[in-house]
Design a protein around this ligand. Structure first.
Ligand code: ATP
Length: 142
């Protein structure tokens, strides 16, 4: 089995209303997920997540919230190979809501918690969103 390691982040922004919006991307395979991508040689997980956010959304100014670091694992098939994938997700705040998509994705959406939960395709991603929301409620949002 081949192993793939990616890093990404639950990117959120707080609008004037004080409400939190999460950034989701629609992958060309059809699923909705957070920005993420493969960790390259010489990079650590945070550097990879930062680069992927920049490349996939055009957003440069993100602040990673301390202590949020969640891993998901899944298997998928590419041609004849089964790939085992591990993805670590951070939680990142931005004040830039303007998104410039790369050609890896077909849509993006800034959505509130309930819509994001409904939109995310995979249970693992929904679980990360719930954990991010819990973190924000307990430690960040008044
Ligand atoms: P990246 O470079 O951002 O890691 P990718 O498009 O190469 O993205 P994935 O988003 O991991 O890779 O998608 C690869 C395959 O795995 C797709 O068929 C997708 O539907 C499936 N997949 C993605 N996320 C999950 C998940 N959480 N659980 C199960 N299958 C998933």
């Amino acid at each position: 089995m081949l192993l793939e390691r990616s890093a990404g982040a639950v990117v959120f922004s707080i609008k004037y209303s004080g409400n939190v919006f999460f950034l989701l991307l629609r992958y060309s395979a059809g699923h909705w997920d957070f920005p993420k991508g493969n960790i390259e040689d010489g990079e650590d997980e945070v550097q990879a997540a930062c680069r992927e956010i920049r490349e996939e959304t055009g957003i440069e100014n993100v602040v990673f919230l301390e202590g949020f670091n969640k891993k998901v694992e899944y298997n998928y098939r590419r041609h004849r190979n089964v790939i085992h994938k591990e993805v670590v997700f951070f939680l990142a705040k931005t004040d830039s809501q303007r998104v410039i998509l790369s050609n890896e994705h077909i849509a993006y959406s800034w959505t509130d918690f309930d819509s994001a939960l409904a939109k995310l395709t995979y249970m693992t991603a929904k679980d990360i969103l719930v954990k991010a929301q819990d973190y924000l409620k307990s430690r960040y949002i008044k």
